[in-house]
Design a protein around this ligand. Structure first.
Ligand code: TXA
Ligand code: MG
Length: 354
């Protein structure tokens, strides 16, 4: 039986000098094995004590997450790397030096007996990351335990970039939410596995391929794209359908004018029987006034901004009950790789190449 609990909200204003005092209660609840959502620089996470089977079970049940999908463990101090893992790789250490705190998760050999078995879903490895967000770091420091934290959404929905998204999905199912405003990057961390001189990207994210390569010029950096990979993905989460809005989403890719013309035709054709929506860049938004809901992600030349707005847009289409959505595509350079990865998942790989 599902028991509804009263979900507390702590609104943190970092301008106030005593904001860290407000974190005492959520931190104490985390130490006591409760599930608390909190902001990171990527998306909101749903945290719990990573050492406790019961605390971690609470995360899986609140999210409705499949138990074979392991959780990322968040740390606030570099000394925790050696408490939790047997990391001996020089490249991995260099990546931590360069990108932590920040949106990079490293898959490392887990030390036996220190974490809940459900965190690793029975694997010999654990994903570790140190988030670059003052609230997340201070909260964890006060709780003084390693924090398992997947994104704080119902499994399958877009990750939350606002506290209100967390409430929409998890109100009544978790102990509380630390509301620190909008997250920055808006897409999840990059997940990498390092072996010898090779960096395999299991999930593209906030740290780009180009940044990884610049940090480790002697290493080979490869991106496992789902289309190329015939094996089961090594990051278990990548095999699930994610972020899909309720309406049918199609990505349209090609030369800008042709894309706009195609989308306008489609909207005109389907407007009678459907609530039509368009997801686009600012430069083209004026073409689509026939659609019921046109959401602009900002300029095509500011992909960081587009990335930070993507999940909120996907949730909006559902709010408005849009039944058909056409989306423009971006390049796959820089943050564009992560942006297109998430958009492709949301569209179930439904793409039209003009
Ligand atoms: O930005 C982020 O990473 C956010 C914030 C909250 O930190 N967290 C997040 O967690 O996105 P989650 O659970 O939604 O995604 C974790 C991804 C999944 O694809 C999972 O399969 C993969 O990381 N992962 C976790 N542990 C792994 C492991 N030991 N080996 C391979 N993949 C792993
Ligand atoms: Mg997630």
């Amino acid at each position: 039986m599902d028991v509804m609990i009263h979900t507390k909200v702590w609104k943190i204003d970092q301008i106030k000098s005593d904001w860290h005092v407000q974190l005492a209660q959520p931190a104490a609840l985390l130490s006591a094995g409760k599930q608390i959502a909190f902001p990171t620089e990527t998306v909101y996470g749903l945290g719990a004590d990573a050492r406790s089977e019961e605390a971690v079970r609470g995360i899986f049940s609140a999210k409705g997450r499949p138990s074979d999908n392991p959780l990322i463990v968040h740390i606030y101090d570099r000394s925790q790397v050696h408490e939790l893992t047997n990391c001996t790789n020089e490249l991995a250490e260099r990546l931590m030096d360069q990108f932590w705190p920040g949106p990079l998760t490293l898959i490392l050999p887990v030390r036996q007996g220190v974490l809940s078995n459900q965190v690793t879903a029975g694997l010999q490895t654990v994903g570790l990351r140190m988030p670059d967000h003052p609230i997340a770091l201070e909260l964890m420091r006060q709780a003084a335990v390693p924090i398992a934290a997947p994104s704080a959404n119902t499994s399958g929905r877009p990750s939350p970039t606002l506290a209100s998204h967390v409430l929409d999905d998890l109100q009544g199912k978790i102990e509380g939410i630390v509301d620190g405003g909008a997250t920055g990057v808006g897409l999840e961390s990059t997940v990498v596995e390092v072996s010898g001189q090779h960096i395999q990207i299991l999930r593209p994210g906030g740290v780009t391929v180009e940044q990884l390569q610049a940090c480790c010029p002697e290493a080979s950096v490869t991106l496992e794209t789902e289309l190329e990979s015939k094996e089961a993905p090594r990051s278990p989460g990548m095999k699930y359908t994610h972020y899909a809005p309720q309406g049918k989403l199609v990505i349209v890719k090609g030369e800008s004018a042709a894309v706009s013309q195609y989308i306008v035709q489609q909207v005109t054709m389907h407007a009678a029987e459907n609530k039509c929506g368009v997801l686009c860049f600012e430069e083209n938004a004026h073409h689509y006034e026939q659609a019921v809901l046109v959401l602009s992600l900002g300029s095509v030349n500011q992909l960081e901004q587009a990335a930070s707005r993507l999940y909120e847009a996907l949730r909006k289409f559902d709010e408005y009950g849009v039944t058909r959505i056409w989306s423009e595509a971006s390049t796959t350079e820089g943050i564009g790789a992560a942006f297109m990865n998430r958009l492709m998942k949301a569209a179930g790989h439904n793409i039209i190449n003009l």
